[in-house]
Design a protein around this ligand. Structure first.
Ligand SMILES: [Zn+2]
Length: 288
């Protein structure tokens, strides 16, 4: 089989001081950057498709690209649907052979989040596919929320314990102060909260909003108990910046392949750096 289940790929990190990088892709070049980076350092990797970037009708094509790249590089990899909002998206992913799905009902009231997540778990487990869900809500860095509003979105410890028990979910995305995208100021992570959640939740924990978060904060979060870190913006920006720089000249003299290769190389280097920071480099041998 091409992919490891999300549960299987995350299992060796639980209770250890390293985590797996989970990277969104939406095209050939970013897929190649993720796979090349993982292969260069023999790192296990989670490759994700995000419905907001890639319409469902385009998933089959993108999946073929991902599958052929993963087979070429022979690295331990999982294919995960990121931030699914509906059971229809989950069903679509199960038909296409994803090895993990995330159901994100984090903006719903707790009981509704539990109910929708439990339905996603029943569907996915019938296919042997693992499920990640989010409790509390990881917002956007551009959001202009007050400190009180941000605090209200953090994951509650008691709620986390109940959520994991009642949903049967395989991995839990927690809100401890990170945000998606770029931050307006410096993020302030609630490590005590993370430690409490870790002590009551026996499953892998996931940090969304890993981009633009200081290295030392990511390392501390991993040492306390984070096992999967989601990264998009830190790949997107160097990819696009390099593409823009490459296009700065007489456009008729620029080959598409050269421009895309340069962008791909920039993305690959940042992913290699992240995999080493997370401690995933060299861990592929754990999966043979
Ligand atoms: Zn996310």
């Amino acid at each position: 089989m091409t992919y490891l289940s999300m549960t299987h790929i995350l299992q060796p990190c639980v209770g250890q001081d390293w985590a797996i990088g989970a990277y969104d892709t939406c095209n050939l070049e970013i897929t190649q950057a993720i796979v090349d980076a993982a292969a260069a350092d023999q790192a296990p990797v989670i490759i994700m498709i995000y419905p907001h970037h890639t319409p469902q009708a385009e998933w089959p094509t993108l999946i073929r690209i991902i599958e052929s790249e993963v087979e070429r590089a022979r690295i331990p990899a999982a294919l995960v649907l990121d931030h699914a909002k509906t059971l229809d998206q989950i069903k679509g992913a199960l038909e296409l052979g994803f090895s993990g799905v995330m159901i994100d009902a984090s903006l719903l009231p707790l009981d509704q989040n539990i109910a929708l997540t439990r339905q996603a778990v029943e569907l996915a487990h019938a296919h042997g596919v693992s499920v990640e869900a989010e409790l509390g809500h990881v917002g956007q860095g551009q959001d202009t929320l007050s400190a009180d509003e941000q605090h209200a979105h953090l994951t509650g410890v008691d709620e986390a314990e109940r959520f994991v028990k009642e949903t049967g979910v395989d991995a839990l995305a927690v809100s401890i102060g990170t945000l998606h995208g770029l931050y307006r100021g410096t993020p302030k992570l609630d490590f005590d909260r993370l430690a409490h959640i870790r002590s009551v939740c026996p499953i892998p924990l996931v940090l969304h909003g890993g981009s633009d978060t200081p290295d030392q904060d990511l390392r501390r979060a991993i040492e306390i108990g984070i096992d999967k870190i989601n990264i998009w913006t830190d790949v997107r920006i160097p990819f696009l910046r390099t593409l823009k720089e490459t296009l700065d000249g007489p456009i008729e003299k620029i080959e598409v392949r050269d421009a895309m290769s340069a962008a791909r190389a920039a993305a690959r280097e940042v992913i290699r750096r992240k995999n080493r920071l997370l401690g995933a480099a060299g861990k592929a041998s754990l999966y043979v």
